[in-house]
Ligand binder design. Structure first.
Ligand code: 6GU
Length: 244
């Protein structure tokens, strides 16, 4: 496979959607290898305990280090350390962007460590980071109950970048956040019919004038980005109404 991914979680069923659609097909065709592991596999007590109360007090529970240490030992043996990246989804990580997706798509082996409760004992990733690359990643400034939904998001963004996963690679560059578009958001799109419920397709799109169409789309993308995401692509927005 081009990319192998291991996911460790206490809710393996949460990752079932990865077997659907585009990622599912990439797995079926062998482009991607995916293994989902139950963290409790690496517990040894009768109750398969994975969490405990936080030292120093406070609300919630913290995931104990022993099962995580054993899981990472099993999934990242010494000979795999140099070619593996451990990804820890956490709201306190660096922000996931299209550039981070491209970085991860260039790896050969990703191990996702899904925390629940108030997180994983800090010593787990401190120790792991002495022998393998560890990357704490947040998908946005909001709180999820665990990393599982973030892994669905991250893997969808990563797998679609792998060569051969998307039928028409042009659709990879003709979309929002593509570097070729200066990080602008995509503007409006239309298909048939030319008139629908009194709303007409802009005539320039029917003109056959490819230069005029490209210029119009650029203008629409600039205006839309300025309105909804003025923080994006400030250089490209210079001179557009309302931005200094
Ligand atoms: Cl990656 N994980 C969790 N648990 N919460 C989040 C997140 C990740 N990104 C934003 N909130």
């Amino acid at each position: 496979p081009l990319l192998r991914a291991d996911v460790v979680t206490i809710f393996p069923d949460y990752l079932a959607p990865l077997r659907l659609s585009l990622i599912g097909r990439a797995i079926e065709t062998g482009l991607v290898g995916l293994d989902v592991h139950d963290l409790r596999t690496w517990t040894h007590d009768r109750h398969r305990t994975v969490d405990d109360t936080p030292y120093g007090g406070g609300a919630g529970m913290v995931m104990r280090p022993e099962p995580w240490g054993a899981a990472l030992d099993a999934l990242v043996p010494p000979e795999a350390e140099a070619t593996t990246r451990v990804v820890v989804p956490t709201p306190s990580g660096r922000r996931f962007t299209q550039a981070v997706a491209a970085e991860l798509a260039a790896e050969e082996h990703l191990v996702f460590a899904c925390g629940r409760y108030e997180g994983i004992d800090t010593r787990v990733m401190a120790e792991a980071a002495t022998r393998v690359r560890v990357d704490e990643i947040s998908i946005g400034d909001y709180v999820l109950n665990g990393g599982e939904a973030a892994v669905l998001v991250i893997l969808e963004a990563v797998v679609r970048l792998l060569p051969g996963v998307i039928g028409n690679p042009a659709s990879l560059t003709e979309e929002s956040h593509a570097a070729e578009h200066d990080g602008l958001l995509e503007g409006p799109v239309y298909t048939k019919p030319t008139s629908w419920r009194g709303l007409d397709v802009p005539p320039v799109l029917l003109s056959g004038n490819h230069g005029a169409i490209a210029a119009w789309r650029r203008e629409q993308a600039l205006e839309h980005t300025r309105r909804v995401r003025p923080d994006l692509a400030p250089a490209a927005l210079d001179g557009v109404d309302g931005v200094a």
